[in-house]
Design a protein around this ligand. Structure first.
Ligand code: ADP
Length: 169
């Protein structure tokens, strides 16, 4: 049974086995969560991402997929990078957003991670409406079989926190 918890805060400060990064397909960093993770985690993460690009993802990590690296200096063991869909580009295809959560949990299981922190994937520059994103996130985690014991949603602002809290009620 996976416990779902909710925290208002910064995902880079979570003491968990794995933190999920709302990455972009290049794996070379960006703004939002991605920028914060690379800034705080240090160059080891970018270096691992470059290696992954060279070995497997020359054309980029596809939307909805997930891959793990070291967490560098973060208080976590791994970063699981997943590429959320851009709301407009995907036409709001919720299977793609659900896939980010499912694939990240699959990678977490492969790693043996027991605690995993997720941001609200695609709700920043990728513009997915928060209510819909929260519903998809919660439904997908509830519907995924995993050995992860705690899934922690880490919401950056009060409004996002309230939307997720509503979804869990
Ligand atoms: P995407 O490109 O998938 O939309 P963003 O990083 O732009 O990803 O935003 C995803 C969500 O993460 C947004 O709701 C944003 O407010 C939130 N966010 C930004 N920085 C952090 C952080 N340090 N910790 C947790 N959530 C964050």
């Amino acid at each position: 049974m996976t416990m779902i918890t909710l925290v208002r805060g910064d995902i880079t400060e979570q003491h968990v086995d794995a933190v999920v990064n709302a990455a972009n397909s290049s794996l070379l960093g960006g703004g939002g969560v991605d920028g914060a993770i690379h800034r705080k985690g240090g160059p080891e993460i970018l270096s691992a991402c470059r290696d992954l690009r060279a070995s497997h993802y020359g054309k980029g990590l596809p939307t909805g997929k997930a891959v793990a690296t070291t967490a560098g200096n973060l208080p976590a063991r791994w970063v699981i990078h997943t590429v959320g869909p851009v709301f407009q580009v995907s036409g709001g295809d919720e299977l793609l957003l659900a896939s980010c959560y499912r694939e990240s949990l699959r990678v977490a299981d492969e790693l043996g991670a027991r605690t995993v922190a997720f941001p609200a994937i695609s709700t920043g520059v990728y513009r997915w409406p928060m209510e819909d994103a929260a519903r998809i996130a919660v439904e997908t985690v509830r519907g995924t079989e995993t050995r992860v014991e705690e899934v922690r949603f880490v919401l950056f602002d009060e409004r996002a926190y309230e939307v997720f809290a509503d979804q869990l009620r």
